[in-house]
Ligand binder design. Structure first.
Ligand code: NDP
Ligand code: 2IT
Length: 458
């Protein structure tokens, strides 16, 4: 997916504090388009809080929070099943430890580069703050492409990756988890290698672990479930519910599958899902058991879903947002919902859009949705259920306990309600009622900035 081009902050001419700071960030981080986009989206909303809290400006919080505490880039050599040698690049950006150990996923996808990891790590700082849990922000990954690789190849890659990364991790230091291309299988291989090298069964060093060896119930479901629970809260604040709504979902990975599951549990009909080959439309409602069989068990493609289900059609390429819906949940990747898509969604009467993925909606598309009065939830609020449940996994690991599914799901629901309410009330407090982008950015920023002030110049 393409990023929007670099440009000055739109509508920021009036903001004399932020504009030069953003120009300097562009200059110092050249070519990192997704990072620029993520920073711009936050800075655009901070004017009012900087005006009310001049101590943040004096302490140079913006300059410090946009500069990662540490950026690691390393070589990951591995050999495939034929004995051919490959060299990938590994990344871990340890962005902010103001609120706790660095926390955030690992992404294995050929598009991964430093700018992508920095955008994800930057978003993670505020997302993690919003959860109310003691976790800092980080992100990592590799440009390794897991598609078509055998389990043995995945294992050798994960072992090589962890052989370098392990020295930077620890339950009090940096705690990775999954993201695109990294699920339970990869976390298993990474954990095994960490344990072998360090000779420590340190459960709290990774989250998303298997249930028999330190994993937590609900972590697998948490991001998708949380996104739908957040959507339900947004609709509730407008006097509506998810019951009976038509929902379009993009993606068919971890987040998409469990967003579909929770939406169906709450009485909605999910009519689409997708992967990078195309999308499926199933007017009768996605058959989730079939989708799980194809995607989770078989690691197959969504095209196969339409081959196996008479009610469904497969459409190659992008275009899922042309399917009329009441609610849209982009759950695949960054910049997958463009201005033209937003115009189509609005024309088709969409009521709510919630980002299951990180930054899937381009800034132009966000503007279209907000101006049309659509309830729009940014990823740092809507998809925070995943990392929040990772923090619950850490809590269980620290106390050597394991909670039931229903107890953990209730905690997740409480956390999502808390995030919704703090975004909602913060937006109101700063004179932008209903603007969850403003609410999420300011609420997250205030928590981190206050901690930075308290901890001195570091
Ligand atoms: P998965 O690897 O399980 O699934 C990713 C899905 O998105 C697949 O359907 C994949 O299709 C599609 N996709 C990935 N890249 C592209 C691309 N460049 N173009 C089109 N489709 C693409 O990842 P997750 O479900 O875990 O992650 C999805 C999103 O949610 C990401 O933005 C991630 O950062 C975010 N997220 C994940 C969390 C988690 O706990 N896992 C938590 C919070 C956010 P294909 O198979 O064809 O590549
Ligand atoms: O983007 C995200 O929040 C994640 N990929 C989950 C991070 C985590 O540490 O659980």
């Amino acid at each position: 997916m393409t990023a929007t081009p670099d440009s000055a902050i739109p509508h920021a001419a009036e903001n004399r504090v932020i504009e030069p700071l953003y120009a300097e960030i562009l200059r110092r981080n050249q070519g990192e388009k997704e990072f620029h986009q993520a920073v711009r989206e936050v800075l655009e909303t901070l004017g009012p809080v900087l005006a009310q809290r001049p101590e943040f400006v004096d302490a140079r919080i913006i300059e410090r929070i946009t500069e990662p505490e540490r950026q690691l880039i390393f070589r990951v050599p591995w050999s495939d099943d034929s004995g051919d040698i490959h060299v990938n690049r590994g990344f871990r950006v340890e962005f902010s430890s103001s609120l706790g150990p660095y926390k955030g996923g690992l992404r294995f996808h050929p598009s991964v580069n430093l700018g992508i990891v920095k955008f994800l790590g930057f978003e993670q700082i505020f997302k993690n703050a919003l959860t109310g849990m003691p976790i800092g922000g980080g992100k990592g990954g590799s440009d390794f492409d897991p598609k078509g690789r055998s389990d043995a190849e995945i294992m050798r890659f994960c072992q090589s990756f962890m052989t370098e990364l392990h020295r930077h991790l620890g339950e009090y230091t940096d705690v990775p988890a999954g993201d695109i291309g990294v699920g339970g299988r990869e976390i298993g291989f990474l954990f095994g290698q960490y344990k072998r090298i360090t000779n420590r069964f340190e459960s709290g060093v990774l989250t998303g672990k298997g249930l028999g060896w330190g994993g937590a119930l609900v972590r697998t479901e948490a991001t998708g479930y949380g996104c739908v629970l957040f959507t339900a809260e947004m609709l509730r604040s407008r006097g509506e519910s998810l019951d009976g709504q038509r929902i379009a979902v993009s993606g068919s990975g971890n987040v998409a599958i469990y967003a579909i599951e929770k939406a169906q549990q709450l009485g909605a009909t999910v009519i689409t899902c997708s992967d990078s080959d195309g999308y499926v439309v199933d007017e009768k409602g996605i058959d989730l058991a079939l989708l799980k069989e194809i995607k989770e068990a078989g690691r197959g493609r969504v095209a196969e879903y339409a081959e196996r289900r008479a009610e469904a059609v497969f459409v190659p390429g992008t275009g899922v947002w042309n399917v009329p819906c009441d609610v849209a949940l982009p759950c695949a990747t960054q910049n997958e919902l463009h201005e033209a898509d937003a115009l189509t969604l609005v024309r088709n009467g969409v009521k709510a859009v919630a980002e299951g993925a990180n930054m899937p909606t381009t800034p132009e598309a966000v503007r279209v949705l907000q101006e049309a009065g659509v309830a729009f939830a940014p990823g740092k609020a809507a998809n925070a259920g995943g990392v929040a449940t990772s923090a619950l996994e850490m809590q269980q690991n620290a106390s050597r306990d394991s909670w039931t599914f229903s107890h953990t799901e209730e905690r997740l629901a409480e956390i999502m309600r808390h995030i919704h309410d703090s975004c909602y009330t913060t937006a109101e407090r700063y004179g932008r009622p209903g603007n969850y982008v403003v609410g999420a950015n300011i609420a997250g920023f205030e928590l981190v900035a206050d901690a930075m002030l308290a901890q001195g110049l570091i």
